[in-house]
Each structure stands twice: as structure tokens, then as C-alpha cells.
Design a protein around this ligand. Structure first.
Ligand SMILES: NC(=O)c1ccc[n+]([C@@H]2O[C@H](COP(=O)([O-])OP(=O)(O)OC[C@H]3O[C@@H](n4cnc5c(N)ncnc54)[C@H](OP(=O)(O)O)[C@@H]3O)[C@@H](O)[C@H]2O)c1
Length: 307
């Protein structure tokens, strides 16, 4: 019951105390935004560019990314850079991290913003994982793991001693916990609905915060709010048009993650969970359980050890 009430509360947030005008000058910061070719990721990239950051648009489609980069240039004057990244293919994730490391020696903020919601349940990643779990959790885990040495080195030389990993979760995680036997294709997975599989793929994870907080990593998962984007592309159009009546604009959608990734005071929020707009909020109790965090981390490590 508590989880349902919390979800309802997060669906109709009160006015934000944080505004994009509060973002400091980001000149000299190097930032990756996954899924920045559209939606919340693109809006995030736009605001970061407008504040002087060097921004990588990490996207699976070069064509879509180039259109987005041109739009971003037209609206901000800033030139974002393309990084080819398919989170549903672990070899592509490795290639993306290697390409980034070959070009940059620092990474101030990694926004793990890309995501997929409610695809047909028989869709799997290139490596045979549930598409939602494989893209939203495993792909981002591996990308982050490969970039951790760069993030830690950046933190060591940063004036505030920090580098940030901001992960776009969802209030959907309040309704469905992790089912380890459904991460890969399996009879257990086949019994789950697309929305339950989405819920588990948006789990709020705190293990990165526990393991790397002492090395200067600030890890903040968050719910961006209910936002009108392409995310509902797999839903029937009638349901989508009803849903759209209750959604906020994409500028609101980027606010909470921009706060987590840029506000000077947010470096104190390692291991907290944010809700709209830019506030600390609740998660499922089991998401906070360190035993679950360790079990998930070890399971994920096992999957990527031979890529
Ligand atoms: N909108 C909401 O109400 C809402 C609520 C809670 C949480 N979220 C979360 O917010 C994040 C952003 O979603 P959005 O609303 O902005 O949706 P969106 O407009 O559909 O954007 C999703 C982005 O993720 C990218 N993506 C999907 N699969 C990918 C893959 N395999 N590799 C690389 N990129 C991939 C998409 O690329 P393509 O264009 O190539 O597909 C797109 O750029 C997601 O993590 C979502 O779960 C959204």
C-alpha cells in the first residue's frame, strides 16, 4: 500500500525549488548522456551544453544522433559529440567505452539515461537477456564499470573530489522487485508481464554508492517524473493518448537528473534516491537491502567477465 501511495505522490509533484538557472557554469566538465538522441536524455544534453559542458550523445543510431546533435547546436550553439553505444549488445558497450577512453582522459558525470519500456516480451538483447533488463540494467552496469577508472581518476583531480553517476530509474520500480531467474530468457521470465519486467529493470541500485563512495563517486538513482516522450512507443496508441493527458513536459523530465548531476550541493547525495522534482525520496525497502545489492552486483559481474 505504501509503495502505491508513494507512486501516486511522485506522479503529481509540487513545484520544483531547483531551476535550470541554478546550474553553475560547466565549462571544462566532460559529460556522457546515454540515450541523448531524444526525450529526457536530449533535454539533459541541451541544458548541459547551454551551460558550457562538453557533451557526448551516446546513442545506438548514428543517424538519429546526428539529427539530435544538429538540433542541439541550433538551440544552444554547443557542438555535442556522438558516441556509438548499443546497450543491448555487450560488445558494443565495450567498444563504446574503449572509444571514449581513447578520446578523453576525464569524465565528470555519466548520465545513464537511456531506457526501453514495454517492448514485446519475447524481445531479447543480442546476448540473450530480457530486453528491458539487458538494456536498462546490464548494459548500463557494464558501461559504468568500464568507465569507473576514468571517473575515479577525474574525481581525484576535481576541486570537489567527486565524479557523478546519475541513473534514471522510475517509480515503476516501486511495484516490482527483482526476479533473478527472469533476467535471462526462462520460463520464469515468460510468466512476467512487460510492465513487471520494466519495473524490475528500473530498480534503484545503491551498490555502486556503497562500493565506490569512498573513491569520490557520487551515485544517485532517480525517478524523473511521468514525462511525455517516445518511451511509450510500444504501447497501443489509444492507451498512449490517454496517458499523455497526465504527463509533464520534457523540461520537467530533465530537472531531477540535472540537479543530481550538476548542483554543487548534490555531491552530498551519494546513495540517496531522488524523486520529482529534485528532492530526496523513498524507494522500495528491498532495493535498499545490501544483501540484494551485493547479489545483483555479483550476478552482473559474472555476465560481463568474458566480454
Ligand atoms: N518518460 C517517462 O515518463 C519516464 C518515467 C520514468 C522513467 N523514465 C526513464 O527515463 C529514461 C529516458 O526515457 P525517455 O522518457 O526520454 O524515453 P525516450 O524518449 O524513448 O528515450 C529513450 C532513449 O533510450 C535510448 N535507447 C533505448 N534502447 C537503447 C539501446 N539498446 N542502446 C542505446 N540507447 C537506447 C533510445 O534510443 P532510440 O531512439 O534509438 O530508441 C532513446 O534515446 C529511460 O531510462 C526511462 O526508463 C522515463
Amino acid at each position: 500500500m505504501g509503495n502505491y501511495l508513494s507512486l501516486l505522490g511522485q506522479s503529481f509533484p509540487s513545484k520544483s525549488a531547483f531551476l535550470v538557472d541554478d546550474i553553475p557554469d560547466l565549462t571544462g566538465k566532460v559529460i556522457i548522456v546515454t540515450g541523448a538522441n531524444t526525450g529526457i536524455g536530449k533535454e539533459t544534453a541541451k541544458t548541459l551544453l547551454a551551460h558550457g559542458a562538453k557533451v557526448y550523445v551516446a546513442a545506438r543510431s548514428q543517424e538519429k544522433a546526428e539529427v539530435a546533435i544538429k538540433d542541439l547546436k541550433d538551440s544552444t550553439g554547443g557542438e555535442a559529440l556522438f558516441l556509438k553505444l548499443d546497450l543491448g549488445d555487450l560488445k558494443s558497450v565495450k567498444a563504446a567505452a574503449e572509444e571514449y577512453i581513447s578520446k578523453e582522459t576525464k569524465l565528470d558525470v555519466l548520465f545513464n539515461s537511456a531506457g526501453v519500456m514495454f517492448p514485446p516480451t519475447d524481445w531479447l538483447t543480442a546476448d540473450g537477456y530480457d530486453l528491458q533488463f539487458g538494456t536498462n540494467v546490464l548494459g548500463h552496469f557494464y558501461f559504468t564499470k568500464l568507465l569507473l577508472p576514468t571517473l575515479i581518476a577525474t574525481a581525484k583531480s576535481a576541486p570537489d573530489g567527486k565524479a557523478r553517476v546519475i541513473t534514471t530509474s522510475s517509480s515503476a520500480h516501486m511495484l516490482c522487485g527483482l526476479n533473478f531467474s527472469a533476467f535471462k530468457d526462462s520460463p520464469a521470465r515468460k510468466k512476467m508481464s512487460a510492465s513487471a519486467l520494466y519495473g524490475q529493470s528500473k530498480t534503484a541500485t545503491f551498490e555502486l554508492a556503497r562500493r565506490y563512495g569512498s573513491e569520490g563517486i557520487v551515485s544517485i538513482p532517480l525517478n524523473p517524473g511521468n514525462i511525455k516522450t517516445d518511451l511509450a512507443r510500444h504501447m497501443p496508441s489509444f492507451q498512449r493518448s490517454i496517458l499523455n493527458l497526465f504527463l509533464y513536459d520534457v523540461e520537467h523530465g530533465a530537472l531531477t537528473q540535472l540537479y543530481a548531476g550538476t548542483a554543487p550541493e548534490a555531491v552530498g547525495l551519494n546513495g540517496k534516491y531522488l524523486v520529482p522534482w529534485a528532492r530526496v525520496g523513498p524507494t522500495r525497502n528491498d532495493a535498499r537491502d545490501p544483501k540484494t545489492g551485493v547479489a545483483l552486483w555479483e550476478w552482473l559481474e559474472e555476465q560481463v567477465k568474458d566480454i
